[in-house]
Design a protein around this ligand. Structure first.
Ligand SMILES: [Zn+2]
Length: 734
């Protein structure tokens, strides 16, 4: 562990000079000061911790007495705590993109999860710092921040390996618990070389996001399970802080602690987050700790925007600034009289993108919250911190109504200017329109007309959609609990009324698949695509279904289109490779698999496919090395372990094959293959008794191919054995 190690080394000579072992004068002349001056001061390490879905007001340091957050509270005690920090969107990707680009969503163009990758043209904080000589490393804990969405730009390492945490067959998980992420962070830190370049480290923890399932020990004594998740995350943060402290590195590190958005917890009729832009989801915690420049225990009362983080970090680290929308607050955070806060932009396009309602855009300034909506809203948080009394609802002649109207007009004007300035930066990621072939196909099926029909919700105020969100989340809960029929029953009438609820449509489709009704599923996926053509997951799913129907060209078009939407989609590349391989074009397939590995080296699947490709060509050494790579990422994967064992066997390394095959049988004891190949190894080693006993186990677990048994070369030594003959005859008779 080395954060700050080099800083320590540089300080040391001074200690010797001023201490009792002071060198004699001549040596002083020949050695010291000029050289020390010539050494550039080392840039400070930077640690950014983002805890997903974390409300500021559920932390002890923000006044929540029931909190169990001693480690985060400690950071606040030893650093500057921002009383009112504002997220630009209540959605993970847009908000994190603002943290690391200093731009609001209208400027960086990432407006939702999954469909808008971060444009390459934008310079991220990681790119900026890497350019300044930093080593850059990220650990994220949720699929929505996967590298294919582009936040990995500028990171030397981007750990988004969520799959090897789950069971052997489940490659895709949505989240990695904070303790697992922190294990990997600490492991990685302990392996850094000494001395090392200055470090920029981003750690993202996801646990407070629903579902709320904290370990029992963390939930103990907390008022809700949500608070239990926060307590759990706090413990993990404590491990990292302690590790840095033990290394003497903590005080040399700029530590930034924040979140991407809050959680509504039922306020305003919203259970979680994404639709509304009230304080419950837009206000986030923000703490900056850096003893060399920032005082301990200070509370910064001026509002701070998430876009201010990038320039402020650069300012604290004495790095040159870049052109962004945020401001460098490194001086303001220290100042006794900081300048007044700037207007704070927030938005949610989710009501529009997911429900076809109106989007929300808003502005906070001083104690005012203004929200642009079909029925606009204005709140005075000085007297109404919960934003429950819309001053624009006052009767026209009520006291204060005219003042409120003028205030709202001013803020609306300011909001327009802000959005326009963001647009002028002109680096916006535009969603791609439907390609002509798809439009033709959807039109032929009658789906396009449906999307063009006037729609029940168009322009509806998201405030009026609360009963709809409730129903949708209830249906999703049912589906998650495995009750697909009930989920479909609840969602179907809703879809007839609101045909462009694409997420609900996708959920129904998935349920239809689970209920064994692929035709109905396909129809739903196609309609979903007609409403939102930029869904990588839906495109891949449809392509897979077409592959199963032997419509290979149709499948290829889907996969290419997915790649068009998410150019870094390793899944799309693997599937394209698989198509080429099935079509007898191994060279093309290999190229796709290699491209997928390059796009996302932390994914085991491309290695598995590459291994299969070599294996089928009997290139066992190449196959083995590909499977070994997959195993490195997913050590408990059955297929990767088994195949590594089989390749080892095929290469004649019988002793090395055995432990691998045994390991595979431990990972999944219900499979016959490990025992079959163990039998092979034994037979080849001239141990007929052991071979036959392993074969019996394979048969017990379902192996039944007598022909294969007779053909298999490794069993030739057994051919004369009557027990072997009997076994083969028995299988043949079945
Ligand atoms: Zn989030």
């Amino acid at each position: 562990m080395t954060i700050g190690k080099l800083a320590l080394i540089l300080v040391l000579p001074f200690a010797i000079v001023s201490g009792c072992s002071r060198p004699k004068a001549p040596e002083l002349v020949s050695d010291p000061a000029p050289e020390l001056d010539a050494i550039e001061p080392r840039s400070p390490d930077i640690l950014v911790i983002t805890v997903d879905t974390l409300r500021a007001d559920r932390l002890g340091c923000y006044g929540f007495d029931a909190a169990r957050t001693p480690n985060i509270d400690r950071l606040a005690r030893e650093g500057v705590r921002v009383q009112h920090a504002v997220a630009p969107a209540p959605i993970t990707m847009p908000s994190h993109t603002s943290i690391f680009t200093g731009l609001d969503p209208p400027a960086h163009g990432v407006r939702d999860n999954g469909t808008y990758p971060v444009p390459q043209e934008i310079e991220t904080l990681a790119e900026r710092l890497r350019g300044a000589g930093y080593q850059t490393q990220a650990f994220v804990s949720a699929e929505v921040l996967d590298s294919r969405y582009g936040l990995d730009q500028g990171f030397d390492g981007y750990d988004d390996e969520l799959w090897n945490e789950a069971g052997p067959t489940d490659f895709k998980r949505q989240e990695r618990p904070a303790n697992k992420t922190m294990d990997r962070v600490l492991q990685w830190l302990s392996q850094r070389p000494v001395p090392a370049d200055p470090l920029f480290l981003w750690v993202h923890l996801f646990d407070p996001h629903q579902p709320y399932e904290p370990p029992a020990s963390a939930a103990q004594g907390t008022p809700t399970l949500y608070d239990g998740e926060i307590a759990f995350v706090d413990r993990q943060i404590g491990r990292l802080i302690k590790a840095l402290e033990d290394e003497g590195a903590l005080d040399e590190t700029i530590v930034v602690f924040t979140s991407d958005h809050g959680e509504s917890l039922g306020e305003h009729g919203e259970e979680t987050h994404a639709v509304f832009i009230y304080e419950s989801t837009i206000r986030i915690p923000l703490i900056v700790r850096y003893p060399p420049k920032l005082p301990a225990g200070k509370v910064h009362m001026q509002s701070v925007r998430i876009v201010d983080l990038m320039p402020t970090i650069l300012g604290l680290a004495d790095q040159a600034q870049t052109k962004v929308q945020g401001s460098d607050l490194s001086k303001a955070l220290v100042s006794a009289k900081p300048p007044p806060a700037l207007p704070q932009y927030s938005e949610s396009l989710y009501p529009e993108l997911a429900f076809g309602m109106a989007a929300l855009q808003g502005l906070r300034l001083d104690d005012w919250t203004y929200i642009r909506a079909p029925r606009a809203e204005l709140y005075d948080r000085a007297t109404d911190p919960g934003e429950t009394r819309n001053l624009l609802d006052l009767a026209r002649d009520a006291p204060g109504a005219a003042v409120a109207k003028r205030k709202a007009d001013d803020l609306d004007q300011l909001l327009s200017e802000l959005i326009e300035r963001g647009r002028r930066l002109d680096i916006v990621a535009q969603p791609k329109p439907l390609d002509e072939d798809t439009v033709k196909m959807l039109r032929a099926l009658g789906y396009m007309e449906e999307t063009e029909a006037p729609d029940a919700l168009r322009g509806m105020d998201p405030k009026d959609g609360v009963p709809i969100y409730r129903k949708v989340s209830e249906a999703f809960r049912l589906a998650r609990d495995g009750n697909c029929p009930a989920a479909v029953e609840l969602l179907s009438p809703l879809l007839r009324m609101l045909p462009n609820l694409v997420q609900a449509r996708n959920r129904i489709a998935k349920c239809q698949l689970q209920m064994g009704n692929p035709k109905a599923a396909k129809q739903q996926y196609l309609k979903s695509l007609a409403y939102d053509p930029n869904q990588e997951g839906v495109l891949l799913q449809l392509g897979r279904m077409q592959m199963a129907e032997k419509d290979l060209e149709g499948a290829r078009q889907r996969f290419l289109r997915a790649l068009d939407v998410i150019p870094n989609s390793a899944d799309a590349m693997v599937l394209l490779g698989h198509l080429d391989f099935s079509a007898g074009q191994p060279k093309e397939a290999e190229a796709w698999y290699r491209k997928a590995i390059e796009a996302d080296p932390a994914r085991p699947i491309p290695y598995l496919f590459l291994g299969d490709l070599y294996f089928r060509q009997a290139k066992f050494a190449d196959a083995k090395s590909a499977y070994e790579q997959a195993r490195k990422i997913a050590p408990t994967d059955f297929v990767a372990t088994l195949q590594t064992g089989i390749c080892t066997l095929a290469l004649g390394e019988l002793d090395a094959a055995e432990p691998l095959l045994l390991e595979a049988s431990r990972i999944d004891p219900t499979q016959w293959q490990p025992f079959y190949y163990l039998a092979c190894a034994r037979a080849a080693q001239g141990e007929p008794d052991a071979a036959l006993s392993q074969l019996d186990k394979a048969v017990e677990l379902g192996f039944s191919d007598a022909e294969r048994l007779r053909r298999e070369r490794c069993f030739r030594p057994l051919q004369g054995d009557p027990r072997f003959q009997k076994l083969a005859r028995g299988l043949a008779a079945q």
